[in-house]
Design a protein around this ligand. Structure first.
Ligand code: ADP
Ligand code: MN
Ligand code: MN
Ligand code: MN
Length: 339
């Protein structure tokens, strides 16, 4: 029986954003293990801000498993953190707050910077490279450098082999900034895949001596773009019934819970949601057809289909927790009655 290397991955208890943690356990299986075959495991929560020293055991409950082609017989095992009773979600476990809905679909667009020694790669040690303009979807050494694309391609291949549903990749507006998109069906699937894709990216960059900067405005109050994580979403009702009245009621609910959304859309978002650089300012809520300066962008296709389809919430930032984002969006939708 082959010995599988099971990398158990979880989120720690740091706030406002959790960090990824992982450790390996070796187990024998006839074939690549199913989720049901994977045992619960534990870790020392006193080292991750999830427990006091005296009673420090937290439980890891596998919730999704992915093949890992970077290791012989490797598996990436996304886990929820549970209390020692094994059934109560730990307070830091935000995945457990997501409403169960197999017909909720999410598409997250993750933007991020490659960083070395506190600067985006491709930035000179002092000062700045040529201003933004040619970098977005650019090609050529002067625009994308020598290693970013190599890492992006390798990341894509590892993710696709894992079964993570990438939908695309692109160089972004700032030098050293990139994006990938993941789409998933089921209220938790896309968020699970996003966390594992982030894990793969961070791990891959270790050997390049690079870090991923997920902060939403790493270059501060400059003309350099910030990073978002647009959340595209739809429910079965939005896709199949929809209609203008339902859409307007939905937008009322999003307006009502504006602050609750911003609270989970990633830290320091006031630096990014300024009303500039294709954003709405943080204290306003608006929607608009094909409007990239709105909080929620309504695709042309949505209006053309008599207000059916998906919507794009442009406010979540690159550092946001996709579990908390999905959880809040579904709560706000659930408050709108469907006839
Ligand atoms: P843009 O950069 O113009 O906003 P992208 O192509 O980067 O567009 O992202 C659009 C996202 O919308 C993709 O991640 C896609 O999977 C997602 N999406 C498409 N259809 C749906 C749907 N019905 N429900 C939820 N998300 C969707
Ligand atoms: Mn995009
Ligand atoms: Mn983008
Ligand atoms: Mn977008």
């Amino acid at each position: 029986m082959p010995k599988y290397k099971l990398e158990y991955i979880w989120l720690d208890g740091y706030t406002p954003v959790p960090n990824l943690r992982s450790k390996t356990q070796i187990k024998e299986f006839d074939d690549f293990p199913t989720l049901e075959q994977l045992p619960l495991w534990g870790f020392d929560g006193s080292s991750t801000q999830q427990a006091e020293g005296r009673s420090s055991d937290c439980v890891l409950k596998p919730v999704a498993v992915f093949p890992d082609i970077t290791r012989d017989n490797g598996a990436l095992v996304m886990c929820e953190v549970m209390m020692p009773d094994k059934v109560t979600p730990h307070p830091s476990n935000m995945r457990a707050t997501i409403m169960d809905d197999p017909d909720a679909w999410f598409g997250f667009e993750q933007e991020y910077f490659f960083f070395r020694e506190g600067r985006p790669i491709g930035f000179p040690p002092y000062g700045f490279p040529a201003p933004q303009g040619p970098y977005y979807t650019g090609v050529g050494y002067k625009n994308v450098g020598a290693i970013a694309r190599e890492i992006v391609e390798e990341h894509l291949d590892i993710c696709l082999a894992a079964g993570i549903n990438h939908e695309g990749i692109n160089a972004e507006v700032a030098k050293g900034q990139w994006e990938f998109q993941i789409f998933g069906k089921g209220s938790r699937r896309c968020a699970d895949e996003m966390w594992v894709a982030r894990y793969i990216l961070l791990r891959l960059c270790e050997r390049y001596e690079l870090d991923i900067e997920f902060h939403c405005k790493p270059l501060g109050d400059t003309d350099w773009n910030g990073s978002g994580m647009h959340a595209n979403f739809s429910t079965k009702y939005m896709r199949e019934v929809g209609g203008k009245d339902y859409f307007m009621a939905l937008m009322d609910s999003f307006e009502k819970y504006k602050d609750e959304h911003i609270a989970v859309y990633g830290p320091d978002n006031h630096m990014r949601l300024t009303g500039l650089h294709e954003t709405q300012s943080i204290d306003k809520f608006s929607w608009g057809v094909a409007d990239r300066g709105a909080s929620i962008r309504v695709p042309h296709s949505f209006v053309n289909a008599d207000y059916k389809g998906y919507l794009e919430d442009r406010r979540p930032n690159s550092q946001g927790d996709p579990y908390q984002i999905a959880s809040r969006i579904l709560k706000t939708i659930s408050e709108v009655p469907t006839p």
